[in-house]
Design a protein around this ligand. Structure first.
Ligand SMILES: [Zn+2]
Length: 181
């Protein structure tokens, strides 16, 4: 188990060594993810494991745990988003090998000696699991109760004007009578 996450790793070598990385990273380490968050404060617990499947294929499996804060698309307020995911990517030696994989498999094409960035992999997976449209549940959303309050006020106003109108009509009648007298 390696305490530090290297900038780039050779997936083939890492797989042969059965490398496993795990630890905790600040959310601010993921700039692309941070733009989708209401706050980049907090951390992500991660694990990444490299395994050789065949001569030209390596599996990278990992887990991510975090408590993100994303924006509710209804009230635009912050919304806690607990994240607990596991994923598996298949590293292939080239695009031809990637084509042989089933469409369901997420493949990562690595050409020759090019390494993979563990940080980029983790960030991609974090972004992938974010909901396209996030919303609070109705009882937790800022907009829900406000809309209900506005509705109540309208009802109260209607009742009040109904109560007032007979008096208003009466007042008008009185003034009309005064004028005729
Ligand atoms: Zn909301």
């Amino acid at each position: 188990m390696s305490p530090r996450l290297p900038e780039s790793v050779d997936p083939w070598r890492s797989a042969d060594l059965q490398k496993r990385f795990s630890g905790q990273l600040a959310l601010s380490m993921f700039p692309r993810l941070a733009s989708s968050l209401t706050s980049a404060k907090g951390t992500v617990d991660y694990s990444l494991e490299f395994k050789r499947i065949t001569r030209r294929r390596v599996a990278i499996s990992g887990t991510l745990h975090s408590q993100l804060s994303i924006e509710c698309q209804r009230c635009m307020g912050p919304m806690p988003y607990p994240l607990d995911v596991s994923f598996e990517l298949i590293v292939t030696a080239g695009p031809e090998e990637a084509k042989l994989l089933s469409e369901a498999a997420d493949s990562l094409v690595v050409v020759e000696d090019e390494g993979v960035s563990p940080l980029e992999i983790l960030e991609d997976e974090l972004i992938l699991v974010l909901p396209l449209v996030a919303m609070h549940s109705e009882d937790e959303c800022e907009v829900g109760p406000e809309e209900m309050a506005v509705g109540d006020e309208i009802v109260v106003e209607q009742e009040a004007s109904e109560d007032e109108s007979p008096f208003a009509v009466l007042a008008q009648l009185k003034s009309d009578l005064k004028q005729t007298n």
